[in-house]
Design a protein around this ligand. Sequence first.
Ligand code: PHE
Length: 449
Amino acid sequence: MIKRESWATRLGFILAAVGSAVGLGNVWRFPFQVGQEGGAAFLLIYLFFVFLIGFPAMLVEFVIGRGSKRNPIGAFKKIGYEKWKFAGAIGVFTGFVIMAFYSVVGGWVFRYAGASITGAYFAEPAVYFSSISTGYGALLFHAVFMLFVGGIVYFGVRRGIELAVKFMVPSIVALLALLGIYASTLPGAFEGYAWYLSPDFSVLAQNWTSILPAAAGQAFFTLSLGMGALITYSSYMNKDDNLAVDGASIVGADTFIAVLVGFVVFPIIFTMGAVPGEGGPGELFVGLGGAIAELPFGANAFGLLFFLAVFIAAVSSSISILETIVSWLIDNFEIDRKVASVGISSLIFLAGIPVALDMNWLTIFDDLAALILLPLGMFFLVLFVGWFYKEATEELSKGMEGSRIVKIWLWHVRIPILIIIGMVLVINFNSYIAEYTGIDFIEYVLSIF
Ligand code: PHE
């Protein structure tokens, strides 16, 4: 039996989980989701999902992880509910889907760090982006990204992951804050803030079937929920600290960074006269890249630092996904960590090839993960912990004995959360079916009234 690893300190765990949460989801995905879904109204629904659904759902994963000290598939057997291991299996599969496109975007980021030194994207940001985002170059940098991620997981929990994440959170906050100050001096700043912060509820009333699931998907994605990454990380806890406090710090840090990114990106977009959301997956690169190029001085150094920080954030998120898959191979099959890291990284590289060669696949993989797989995985985890896992409240109580939060949490998980995630799934499956068959059940039912 291979001896199982653990975090060296509580802070190590929290930082690793923050490292998992803060990533391309905050810096790259969040701004174009806000843009596409109509701004402040989306932001509000997103915050609702983060705090009222995401935070308690995070505790669901922690309870399974710390309670079992196993990977998301092995966990269920260890705590005596083997029938439920399919829920963990959905998670491990989701990990592959996410990594396949995440790594391609991570490769773009790495390339932008280098291109900041030479100024390659300064003259024509949009042209540069389209020239590097697909094709063999993108494939090469996808490989480079997987090499970094695989390399860290190869070295294990303490020497690899815990060490790597310690530098990331402070550096990304500092750089974003600087960019935020710069953005506030731009002529479009006020327009950007106004668009970002004043909700237009008529948009919400009209587009709720797209805003609601998009906000839920973004909340799960950015908090690393629904695929067992946080089951895995909490399984390496060896002391019974207060999970609610840990969870609140992680959710708080992640949300702070996402909201901050909005304060950077939207002033820039309005200053350039662009329309938020229209840039899609290229928005960050074209928009922010263009703004960096126009900095009065130090554009090269600033670009380099910024994209490096985003790169580190992307790597530290990817580690948690790869680690989830790797820990399953180690726990359940006693495969050597080194062999597992190299093998799975190579498989992910293969899965990402279509994405690197054709950007349509990026959207397909991304939608599949955020709109279907993450909510689906979360639905079963919530169902399990709320109604079947008898020891759940006992596990959450450790480190917060006698707290009323535990009871409230249980009932919140049992009914409201389950219903809301269920609704999100129904809407999303309906949209999928509608897209491929043209039959929209929800619209049909609503039209009766
Ligand atoms: N939370 C990460 C991000 O925002 C992505 C992620 C999703 C990581 C799911 C782990 C699990 O970039």
